[in-house]
Design a protein around this ligand. Structure first.
Ligand code: NAD
Length: 457
């Protein structure tokens, strides 16, 4: 396998060496081909995702998987000419009249390793940025969504030659061999633990990496928050894809006196969204039996350790559906509060003073996302200034991911590097500084002998 992988990479690198200049037209054409192939295979992709999850609402796959990628393509096509421009830079006085410029250039061949939770978006959105920047791509999608990965491979085969974009299918072993290849850039989306292994493998080749990782993203309800508004938007962010979202609120910090009204507001929103309970057609299933068993074990441990549990009632018709569940005031040393939950279970943690809530978050790994619910600006600004997270949405959850005009990425344990829109283009480009010296210039003054140079006064 390793030799086969090396061959694909060598093939693409040779092709890139042959045509290192990737014109605007070529890039636009590749993006156009991706759009057409994506639109043509949309129904098959949506069906495959639902099959892989055992059930997922079509609308979630359309909006968060397909449409999000189409939006990234549209944005890139609209702005690419400007992003590719050579930019003049100011020239320090002693170098005048030289000219200074930055030239964005393709890095070469980019490796992309993607997870299962949004299997189309997280494979193709980085690809859009890599292609816009003039690179070639090899993709390794997740083995946990095998039908979708097969559909992705055939979509890519329809749209591109193997020298432009190739797909490699396989599990952790293939993934480990893949991340050991000397790519010109490696883009990984997945868990923090595997991200560490990827960074280690890439370091051996000095391959630069972007790591889009996970972690526990808090939602903080401040004293001035509108509880109904907060409850609805937290429930929305947690119910999407049954909580299997990297930026889902992982837990909620709540003023102690408001614990019950807050849990009522969130549970009320779940009941409003899913009047038929978890079997509702608008609610996704959990991706595998192993993931389902893990969530069950987490909630059981919390219950055994004295936490109060509220579950959305109703039979789960599909055996892999897990009812939205609130866990009130669990102890901090259980799996639920130690690991990223990545499912529809939401702990509510009471606090007495906002300072205590700030310390709770600051004492843990920097999260990928943070949500502040506060009607008062000063309470919002306190969190913006005093906490460090990949991104923030104020008075809502998850929506900052959808802004092509904003960078998306983590910080510390939640990741490094960023993409979306222009930020993705820059991640996959080398911004080369270029100086064009003038014929008549002052550099002769810098040549030895230095006899005539004055001492520093
Ligand atoms: P994962 O880390 O288990 O797997 C992700 C990918 O890594 C898969 O393609 C897998 O085959 C591959 N892989 C497995 N072992 C590997 C190894 N030794 N070397 C290289 N690659 C290897 O993650 P997952 O379970 O698919 O996804 C869930 C995680 O991803 C969560 O932690 C979630 O927060 C995170 N996530 C982050 C983002 C983001 O944008 N920051 C988006 C979605 C998911």
């Amino acid at each position: 396998m390793t030799q086969a992988l090396k061959d694909i990479l060598a093939h693409q690198q040779a092709a890139q060496r042959l045509s290192p200049v990737v014109e605007l037209e070529t890039r636009l054409d590749r993006l156009e081909r991706l759009t057409n192939a994506l639109l043509a295979s949309e129904p098959r992709l949506i069906a495959a995702i639902s099959e892989d999850f055992s059930y997922r609402p079509d609308i979630e796959s359309r909006v968060y998987d397909v449409d999000l990628v189409l939006g990234e393509i549209r944005h890139a096509k609209r702005h690419l000419k400007r992003w590719m421009k050579i930019r003049r830079a100011p020239v320090p006085l002693i170098y005048k009249p030289a000219r200074a410029e930055t030239h964005p250039q393709p890095l070469g061949v980019v490796g992309i390793i993607s997870p299962w939770n949004f299997p189309v978006q997280l494979a193709l959105a980085p690809m859009v940025a890599a292609l816009a920047a003039g690179n070639r791509v090899i993709l390794k999608p997740s083995e946990l969504t095998p039908r979708t990965s097969e559909e992705l491979a055939s979509l890519i085969e329809d749209a591109f030659t193997e020298e432009e974009v190739a797909t490699v299918l396989g599990g952790p072993e293939v993934a480990a061999a893949f991340s050991a290849l000397p790519f010109d850039h490696l883009f990984f989306t997945g868990s923090t633990g595997v991200g560490r292994k990827v960074a280690e493998a890439a370091a051996k080749n000095l391959t630069p990496v972007t790591l889009e990782l996970g972690g526990k993203s808090p939602a903080v309800v401040m004293p001035s928050a509108d509880l109904d508004r907060a409850g609805r938007r937290i429930a929305w962010g947690k119910a999407m894809n049954a909580g299997q979202v990297c930026v889902a609120p992982d837990y909620v910090l709540v003023p102690r006196k408001k614990m019950l009204p807050m849990s009522d507001a969130i549970m009320g929103a779940f009941m409003h969204f899913f009047p038929d309970g978890p079997e509702s057609a608008d609610y996704a299933a959990v991706v595998s039996d192993r993931h389902l068993a893990r969530l069950n074990a987490m909630v059981k441990e919390a219950e055994e350790r004295g936490a109060k549990i509220f579950r959305l009632e109703g039979e789960a018709g599909n055996t892999r559906k897990f009812a939205p569940t609130l866990v009130l005031d669990p102890p901090q040393d259980i799996a639920l509060m130690q690991e990223e939950i990545f499912g529809p279970v939401l702990p509510l943690i009471p606090y007495d003073d906002p300072k205590e809530a700030l310390e709770f978050v600051a004492g843990r790994d920097h999260p990928l996302a943070l949500y502040v619910f506060a009607e008062e600006r000063a309470e919002q600004d306190l969190w913006l200034a005093r906490s460090l997270s990949g991104g923030v949405t104020v008075n809502d959850t998850a929506i900052h991911v959808g802004f092509g005009s904003l960078p998306f990425g983590g910080v510390g344990a939640s990741g490094q590097g960023r993409y979306h829109g222009r930020y993705g283009f820059e991640t996959f480009s080398h911004l080369k500084p270029v100086v064009r010296q003038a014929k008549w210039n002052g550099m002769a003054l810098a040549e030895p002998p230095f006899k005539g140079w004055r001492k520093r006064a």
